[in-house]
Design a protein around this ligand. Structure first.
Ligand code: TYD
Ligand code: MG
Length: 459
């Protein structure tokens, strides 16, 4: 007897690449062992198909000049930091993905947005597949100040939820979380790649057709990406990540993709008894409690979106007792740290090959801007030589492979921030000094450097 064969496809967990057979390496992104088997999805489901075929007759071309800008209507979330990260408020009809570790405060933030919008007279639906009505109510009581009602729905079937949303026509919908929702049309389990995609595409249609702002919560994997394929990030309009250490009170909301504003804008929040509160001066927070005048600690300035942020980098360099020196980095790209150590070894003659090196960024932040290179270099030198860098010193600049210090952008903003925070001296690339206005030189002592050897002399 011939058994009916269930068709399966293989998806890459990282990039969503589809294949009919299993492969060790994904041809899409080059990662190994990321292909997982799932039941095949009938092509008709979801996927914007209804949108195009139904209205095919009515389509016409639009001139660029005819497009009116009013279409992009924004709602005030009542949280200025969030508005800024979103590029000026919540755009109607946009789909926003909020990712982050469990317990970081995603549900709290979203419920706060719901409260603010509801109090503002907006109609809100909160769909939860994770928590019971009681749990949501408890959180709401904790946050307090709910003046108007919001509508809750505990449901894991996305089709049921979508129908109810279509009927209610709210201004904003929250779906917490995308991994718990599923569609009956797809046989694989909730949280699988095809389910997550399907749920997102249903929500995408809902957002675009009804002009509803939809927030979806996505859990992240150990590697720090939203579980499910990267394709989820391609599908939505905006991706926000909640970062920070579980135990730290400070949380950073980072925009990594935004079709309606600039990316890499950050908002800093503090988790308190009654929800998340904005931090208006993040540099202050990041520098709080830093050791003064101890070796290995320096302050750098990194541009996060349009805002300069002062932050402490710490390095610990000590002779190794292993065959292979140990190197770790927290909050900074590990390869970048290794590269800079190699530059110091070769270009400044420091014997780092026999040393363990640990480099940390304070406050649970993650930075990727090359302008912090010089800070890392200074922290390493300071720890290696055991000479403290004066606590009133701020450092920025990019370091190249030949040990040269290169100029960076936004010099004036960075210096202003340093002056505002009471710093008295800064070490910056020489090329940046030349293009600087005279007035700065009176307000803060400026040391221009052109390579790492000069840095060592100054320190
Ligand atoms: P939560 O929003 O449930 O996190 P997520 O949805 O990202 O998993 O928040 C979890 C943590 O925040 C929890 O440990 C309790 C804490 N918390 C506060 O400290 N204050 C508050 O007002 C609230 C609501 C939560
Ligand atoms: Mg939650």
């Amino acid at each position: 007897m011939a058994r009916a064969k269930v068709k399966t496809v293989f998806f890459c967990k990282e990039c969503g690449y589809e294949s009919t057979k299993w492969m060790g390496q994904c041809p899409g992104c080059g990662e190994w062992n990321t292909l997982v088997e799932e039941k095949a999805v009938p092509a008709s489901s979801g996927r914007m198909s209804g949108l195009s075929s139904g209205s095919r007759g009515k389509r016409k071309l639009t001139g660029l000049f005819e497009v009116s800008m009013e279409e992009e209507e924004r709602m005030d979330s009542g949280i200025p930091e969030l508005n800024r990260v979103l590029g000026g408020g919540i755009v109607k009809g946009s789909l926003i993905l909020v990712g982050g570790d469990p317990g970081i405060g995603k549900s709290t933030l979203l419920l706060q947005i719901c409260r603010n919008l509801a109090n503002d007279g907006k109609n809100i639906v909160y769909v939860s597949g994770e928590e019971s009505l009681k749990q949501i109510k408890m959180r709401a009581d904790r946050l307090g100040d709910f003046q108007k009602d919001i509508y809750l729905l505990c449901e894991t079937d996305i089709m049921v939820a979508a129908d109810m949303i279509r009927e209610e026509k709210p201004d904003m919908v929250v779906v917490d979380s995308v991994q718990t929702m599923s569609s009956e049309e797809i046989t694989s389990a909730a949280g699988s790649i095809s389910q997550v995609r399907e749920v997102t595409s249903v929500l995408m249609q809902l957002a675009k057709e009804e002009g509803i702002a939809v927030f979806i919560v996505g859990h992240v994997t150990k590697e720090g990406v939203v579980a499910g394929p990267k394709t989820l990030e391609h599908m939505v309009d905006t991706v926000l990540y909640f970062e920070g250490e579980q135990n730290a009170v400070y949380r950073i909301l980072r925009g990594v993709k935004n079709r309606f504003g600039s990316t890499n804008e950050i908002g800093v929040f503090e988790m308190k008894q009654r929800g998340l509160f904005e931090v208006s001066n993040p540099s202050q927070v990041m520098l709080d409690g830093r050791p003064l005048d101890s070796s290995g600690s320096v302050v750098v300035c990194s541009m996060e979106g349009t805002r300069p942020l002062l932050i402490e980098i710490q390095a610990l360099v000590s002779p190794t007792s292993f065959n292979m020196p140990r190197r770790t980095s927290v909050g900074i790209d590990f390869n970048r740290v290794n590269l800079l150590l190699a530059v110091l070894e070769k270009r400044a003659g420091m014997q780092l090959g026999g040393c363990d090196a640990y480099v940390n960024l304070a406050g649970g932040m993650r930075l990727g801007e090359p302008a912090i290179d010089l800070g890392i270099v200074c922290a390493v030198i300071s720890s290696y030589r055991n000479i403290p860098v004066h606590h009133g010193t701020m450092i920025f600049g990019e370091v190249g492979l030949t040990g040269e210090v290169r100029g960076v952008g936004f010099v004036e903003q960075r210096l202003n921030e340093a002056i505002k925070m009471g710093f008295t001296r800064c070490i910056i690339p020489k090329t940046n000094v030349e293009s600087l206005e005279e007035s700065y030189k009176k307000r803060i002592q400026i040391c221009g450097v052109s390579n790492v050897r000069e840095v060592i002399e100054i320190l």
